[in-house]
Write a protein that binds this ligand. Sequence first.
Ligand SMILES: Nc1nc2c(ncn2[C@@H]2O[C@H](COP(=O)(O)OP(=O)(O)OP(=O)(O)O)[C@@H](O)[C@H]2O)c(=O)[nH]1
Ligand SMILES: [Mg+2]
Length: 313
Amino acid sequence: MTRIIDPQTAIAMIEQGNRRGLAKAITFVENGGAEKEFLLEYAYRKKCRPTLVVGITGAGGAGKSTLIDKLVTEYRAQGKTVGVIAVDPSSPYSGGAFLGDRVRMSNHNTDNGVFIRSFGSRNCLGGISEAAKNVLYLYKAFGFDVIIVESIGVGQDETEISKFVDVTTLVLVPGLGDTMQMAKAGVREIADVFTINKSDKPEAEILKEQLVISFGILPPELRPPIISTVASEGVGVKELTAAISETAEKQKEFADVKRRERIWAEVSSSVLYLLQKKFQELIKDEVEEIYAGKTTPFEASKRLAECIECRKD
Ligand SMILES: Nc1nc2c(ncn2[C@@H]2O[C@H](COP(=O)(O)OP(=O)(O)OP(=O)(O)O)[C@@H](O)[C@H]2O)c(=O)[nH]1
Ligand SMILES: [Mg+2]
């Protein structure tokens, strides 16, 4: 007979390092309500031991999931436990583990030191969905040595993920016109470490040269590491973990600034999420009014904004 697990029991299980407790807590958080709030409060307030949180971002198909699979293998070889928050854009649903990533990360299915959760990329505000962000809190409370967060994002979204993680690596691939994209987005803000994946392709060298040139304007100590990988073969993965650790070490100097930025991002993304949910119905009505020519988007949005009366006495 399976035992019924309540939130309090889930917490006790997490405290003992029981993965079933973690899985149950994730389900509670996904289902919402009082249980969600209770568990998130616990996770946020818990004095967690240090975890290295790594963000892997980049365009669709760059090889992020393949790279994460190999990073997990490398971290496991180093004796570290790993929690993965994966994005599976091929799925329109949010919540389960999906076929695509299940296949790519299947090597770790039977490993007790690895926990993988996959999400669809819907409902992403700032490259990380509300659901994925909540799982990150629970993972921290569980106490993995390393947590890896995959996010897809273009431009602005990529900078947002960086606020929730310690070190971000942007995965670029040769021949995709990434450099143009990067130039627009202001690369240096996006990532701490640059990974050129699919380095088995001949154009990889050109991309590397372009990156070296564009970082050449920075003082040497500010130039980010550029690591070439062939994720499908595991090439360059050890070097990538080394660059990530070094970067994390250097960033400790700015820990205070980063922590405030993170709190800001945590609050603002949650507020946006809640407001979006609240306003959805109201906006639906306004759409009809605007469609019928009874009002304008400007009037409507002003009226909606006035619904929030906020005072800070
Ligand atoms: N040639 C080559 N192919 C690779 C390499 N790394 C990954 N691939 C292939 O690229 C394809 C996409 O890989 P994924 O790992 O799914 O990429 P992703 O960035 O996670 O993609 P999304 O999650 O869809 O954004 C797969 O067919 C991989 O086998 C590499 O280093 N070289
Ligand atoms: Mg992927």
